[in-house]
Design a protein around this ligand. Structure first.
Ligand SMILES: NC(=O)c1ccc[n+]([C@@H]2O[C@H](COP(=O)([O-])OP(=O)(O)OC[C@H]3O[C@@H](n4cnc5c(N)ncnc54)[C@H](OP(=O)(O)O)[C@@H]3O)[C@@H](O)[C@H]2O)c1
Length: 299
């Protein structure tokens, strides 16, 4: 299949490589032309403007956008809409909020443009292992794209999850679960690290990859990190970003009266990791000092 790709970053670049490897033709565009030139040396057809990208695609066209969710994706869609025609399809592969998908699907449908949301998982390992794809959209928009989805995904790694927004909805919950899993590993390994047993944590992580009920790819990655960085992780500060899906998962849980304490606390632990000191803990210290004369430490 011949497809246009906008956004050749860590994800988009490797997705294009995987498509090329499977015999697809890709017209590739990136905001900074260096990345476009680079991927052109690997077999993609370069485009240096959105107009050029659209002109190089057969009708009906398909354009996959892989840029940061929110304003960047919104602006990219708006620019594309100056050039696309009825019958063309836009695929948003970024980590978009499913509410935006539902809105966009309706807006674009009024102009005859099909909109497909594709939640992508696999990170920088996707080129090698395949990208897990969670897709939402109308069946008539999704079906023609299946050859592309199947090339990007590993065997059994693609699902048309449901109506517009369903792909990013499933991806949102996937990432919420990821927050909780990572938090559990972080806490368990912190206790192991604090113990008197002088444990080799890389070996524990590797051990648990063999037959244990807590084996997982995240655990495998932790073993890799220990081996390359040492188990004290001295090079790193305990500062953890969050990028949307965790918050949206918690908001959705609240919206639906679903208890989700692990994911919620995992998200809030990341907030705490970004504070140099905790104002809330200062309040606790002040109160204990007021009512009981308990010791405090000066800052
Ligand atoms: N990294 C992951 O593990 C992962 C996993 C699943 C989904 N995602 C999602 O995939 C999307 C891309 O992520 P990534 O990791 O590939 O990001 P990235 O490596 O930072 O690359 C971002 C890409 O978007 C382009 N871009 C950034 N801001 C733009 C703007 N305002 N207008 C036009 N283009 C812009 C960049 O162009 P320049 O080269 O010009 O900067 C670059 O090509 C995001 O929505 C992300 O949430 C990421």
């Amino acid at each position: 299949m011949r497809i246009g790709f906008i956004g050749l970053g860590r994800m988009g670049g490797n997705m294009v490589r995987r498509l090329l490897r499977d015999g697809h033709e890709v017209v590739a565009y990136n905001r900074s032309p260096e990345r476009t030139r680079e991927i052109a040396t690997e077999g993609a057809e370069p485009a240096f403007t959105v107009r050029e990208l659209v002109d190089k695609l057969p009708k009906p066209r398909t354009v996959w956008i892989m840029v940061p969710a929110g304003d960047a994706t919104e602006a990219q869609i708006a620019e594309l809409m100056d050039h696309l025609e009825s019958g063309d399809t836009i695929v948003d592969g970024g980590n978009t909020n499913f509410h935006d998908d539902v809105r966009r699907h309706a807006e674009l449908a009024r102009q005859g443009i099909r909109y497909v949301d594709a939640g992508v998982s696999g990170g920088i390992w996707g080129l090698q292992n395949g990208f897990c794809l969670m897709v939402g959209g109308d069946p008539e928009a999704v079906a023609p794209l299946e050859p592309v989805f199947r090339s990007l995904a590993p065997v059994d790694g693609y699902l048309h999850a449901g109506a517009p927004g369903a792909g990013h909805y499933v991806k949102m919950i996937h990432n919420g679960i990821e927050y909780g899993l990572m938090q559990a590993y972080a806490e368990g390994f912190e206790i192991l690290h604090a113990s008197d047993y002088n444990l080799d944590l890389a070996r524990v992580a590797d051990l648990w990859m063999n037959g244990s009920v807590v084996r997982s790819w995240l655990l495998e990655l932790l073993g890799r990190a220990y081996k390359s960085q040492g188990q004290d992780l001295e090079r790193l500060k305990g500062w953890v970003a969050d990028s949307g899906e965790g918050r949206w998962t918690v908001q959705e849980a609240i919206e639906r009266d679903v208890p989700a304490p692990v994911i919620t606390i995992s998200l809030q632990t990341r907030f705490r990791s970004r504070q140099d000191d905790s104002y809330g803990a200062k309040v606790l210290a002040a109160l204990r000092n007021e009512f009981g004369g308990h010791a405090v430490r000066e800052s």
